[in-house]
Structure formats: structure tokens, C-alpha cells
Design a protein around this ligand. Structure first.
Ligand code: ASP
Ligand code: MG
Length: 405
């Protein structure tokens, strides 16, 4: 008998009919001999609805009371699913995060799971019951309700799977897996049967928003096999797990992209020790996250320094950078709000040369200018003009034959 933790997202439990569908599935899985722990999100739109209510009464709703409010969405769905199962004569029991209990730190609205007490769950499983747990929530040492950040139900599921040493953690959602790239951009994009944790982390942080990134980090840390599947269509989904040395790896697993970037350059800054710190220090102090950083080789005692940030931070960062540039006596600050980043990702890159040149050749053939390049062990990223994003992604998808199995 295998123990499976399953998570159903908001659209999968968005209506009474859909909750009934989930109940049917669970009955089927149970008949097949699986022990089931099920984590639910709130009904789709519910967390946003609650947030909007809070915003009507408070300019900046946050902290303890927001968590008390937001955690209610999941409490509704877990009870409804249990009632649906009960109606079919199946024993199920629901638990909120604090009942389980899922112990977190006290960072309200963005809490981290520290410990899970699995005793109650085990008892119920041993009695043959299905256990339904509210996602996205826990409680701190003092018993205050906490929530884990938007999309946090994925992390609840993975954390439970790790604590229970489940055989697999299955995330049921409205897409049927992880794709080689966004199918809305490349119609030939293909569902991947398997992707490694590392690759998924690179893909996710670059905008392939299928799972909460933290859940993938968690799964990787505790080596929980994670599978993304559709609630609505049949299929094996995508398994996210450790690299299997016995399996031949594709060179490139996918192409991620991100159009929310902007870049800033300081031209003609004095090339001496401490310059990077003086430029980026004030940016970091203002909590602006920096992505790519490039400093040119100095010439005549001067250098140019470029970095990218989220587009929303552009105006703020530009103002900060201008004042740094003035105090350093730099020549000029220039910027571009209309850039995009494309990355090819694959563990196969480690053992193969020539990936970068294939990438650059393909972009050159489309006359797409590359303005920045950065590489890691399993990823090559380029910054280009936003206008050419779709064209670039399509040409790379073809160049690496990602449409083929
Ligand atoms: N209901 C929460 C949200 O919408 C948590 C989740 O669905 O994972 O972010
Ligand atoms: Mg979600």
C-alpha cells in the first residue's frame, strides 16, 4: 500500500460539482489501495475576495488578523469535501493547519513551516480514513493562525509528504504538467514526463508559474517526488524528482522567459575597489531585488555597470541610481524598461559543450540583438528587446528540437 499526499488547487474545488468530482477521484484512489492525505486550496477567487474585503476596511491589511481572515477559505473547502465523501459512505476527517498541527514561525502572511505533528494523521490513516488538511496555513508557538504566502497550499502538501514520508506528492491543478515552454507562445510546446528539481527551480523562478517555488525547494531538500497533474484530464503529468543517473537526460529541458524586467546602466564610473558595493548597496537597502549584474572590463580608469530588476522597481531604482551616480561622478545613467529575459535550462548542459553557441546562432538568424548574457551550470540566460520575446522563444524551441520527444 502506498501513501500519497494529493493537493487540489482552487479551480479543482471551485464549485460544489467540482468538489464532488474530487470526492469521486478519492474514492477511486482509495479502492486502488492508496492511503490518502489530501490538501486543499480555497475555492478559486476566494482568497482574493477575502483580501478585497480586508482592503475595504483597512489601507494596509497585514499581520495576525489578515491570517485569521485568509485561512477561512481553506476551512470551507476541507469541510465540504468531507461532507461530500460522507454522503458516499466514506470516512474522512478534516483538519485545519492548527489542528494538525503544522507549526510555523510567527511571520504572519509569509510564515515558514518548522515542524509537523503527524500523530493524528497517522492514527486516522491507520483507521482507514481519508485525511483532508487545509492548505496554506499553520499556527505559531503561541497558537496564532499563520498563512504561508500566496500559493502556499503547494508547500503544505510537500511538507506533509515529507513529514509522512509519503511515496509521492501529487499536485492536481488546471494544467496537465510542466511544459517545455509556455504553450501560449509556442503551440508545439510539449509536456515533460520528467524534470529534475534543479531544472524546475530554474524554470519556476523564471516565470513558469505552475508551483509555488518554495514547495519545489522543500521537495528538493527532503527528496519528495512531486508530480503535477490535471484535475480535469487523464494523464501521468510531470514528475519532478532528483536526477536519475540511469536515465539519459535531454540536453535542454525547457525554455523559460520573463517579460517583467528592466535594466539600468551607469556609464563611466571610476573603476576602483568598492564600486559594485556603492552602486548596489543603496538598491538592496531599498529592498529592490537585483537579477543579472554585469560589469565591463575597465578602460582609462572607468567602467560601465549594468543590472536588471523587476519592471515595477524601475522608477524607484533609477532615482536611487542617479543619486549614486552623481555622488560618484559617473558620466550617465541610462535605462530600458522594455527588455525580456529568455533562458534555456537543462541538466544535460553540464556534460555538453556548444549549447550556448546553438542558442546564439538561433537568435542571430532572427537578427535578435542580445544585450546581456549570464550563465550557470544548467542555464543560459539572455536579455533582449521585449519586442522579440515571442520570436526568440519560438526559434530557440525549434533550434533545440524541443517539440520532439
Ligand atoms: N488560497 C491561497 C491562495 O490563493 C493558497 C493556495 O491556493 O495555494 O494563494
Ligand atoms: Mg495555486
Amino acid at each position: 500500500m502506498s501513501l500519497i499526499v494529493q493537493k487540489y488547487g482552487g479551480t479543482s474545488v471551485g464549485t460544489v460539482e467540482r468538489i464532488q468530482e474530487v470526492a469521486k477521484k478519492l474514492i477511486k484512489f482509495q479502492k486502488e489501495g492508496h492511503e490518502l492525505v489530501v490538501v486543499l486550496s480555497a475555492m478559486s477567487g476566494e482568497t482574493n475576495r477575502l483580501l478585497a474585503l480586508a482592503n475595504e476596511l483597512n489601507d494596509n491589511p497585514h499581520g495576525r488578523e489578515l491570517d485569521v481572515l485568509l485561512s477561512t477559505g481553506e476551512q470551507v473547502t476541507i469541510a465540504l469535501l468531507c461532507l461530500a465523501l460522507e454522503q458516499q459512505g466514506i470516512h474522512a476527517i478534516s483538519y485545519t493547519g492548527s489542528q494538525v498541527k503544522i507549526l510555523t514561525d510567527n511571520t504572519h502572511n509569509k510564515a515558514r513551516i518548522m515542524e509537523i505533528d503527524d500523530e493524528k494523521i497517522r492514527k486516522e490513516l491507520d483507521a482507514g480514513h481519508i485525511v483532508i488538511v487545509a492548505g496554506f496555513q499553520g499556527c505559531d508557538q503561541e497558537g496564532n493562525i499563520t498563512t504561508l504566502g500566496r500559493g502556499g497550499s503547494d508547500t503544505t502538501a510537500v511538507a506533509l509528504a515529507a513529514a509522512l514520508k509519503a511515496d509521492e506528492c501529487q499536485i492536481y491543478t488546471d494544467v496537465d504538467g510542466v511544459y517545455t515552454t509556455d504553450p501560449r507562445v509556442v503551440s508545439e510546446a510539449r509536456r515533460l514526463d520528467h524534470i529534475t528539481f534543479e531544472e524546475m527551480l530554474e524554470m519556476a523562478s523564471l516565470g513558469a508559474k505552475v508551483l509555488q517555488i518554495r514547495s519545489v525547494e522543500f521537495a528538493s531538500k527532503y527528496n519528495v517526488p512531486l508530480r503535477v497533474l490535471s484535475s480535469f484530464t487523464e494523464g501521468g503529468g510531470t514528475l519532478i524528482s532528483v536526477e536519475d543517473p540511469k536515465m539519459e537526460q535531454a540536453l535542454i529541458s525547457g525554455i523559460a522567459f520573463n517579460r517583467d524586467e528592466a535594466k539600468l546602466t551607469v556609464l563611466g564610473v571610476p573603476d576602483h575597489p568598492g564600486i559594485a558595493y556603492q552602486i548596489l548597496g543603496p538598491i538592496a537597502k531599498n529592498n529592490i531585488e537585483v537579477d543579472m549584474i554585469i560589469q565591463n572590463t575597465g578602460h582609462d580608469g572607468l567602467t560601465d555597470f549594468t543590472f536588471t530588476i523587476h519592471r515595477n522597481d524601475y522608477k524607484n531604482a533609477r532615482t536611487i541610481l542617479q543619486s549614486t551616480a552623481d555622488s560618484l561622478g559617473a558620466r550617465e545613467v541610462i535605462g530600458d524598461e522594455h527588455i525580456a529575459k529568455i533562458s534555456v535550462v537543462g541538466v544535460g548542459m553540464r556534460s555538453h559543450a556548444g549549447i550556448a553557441s546553438t542558442m546564439f546562432e538561433s537568435l542571430a538568424k532572427e537578427s535578435i540583438n542580445i544585450s546581456m548574457i549570464s550563465t550557470s551550470e544548467i542555464k543560459i540566460s539572455v536579455v533582449i528587446d521585449e519586442k522579440y520575446l515571442e520570436l526568440g522563444v519560438r526559434s530557440l524551441h525549434k533550434a533545440f528540437h524541443l517539440e520532439q520527444n
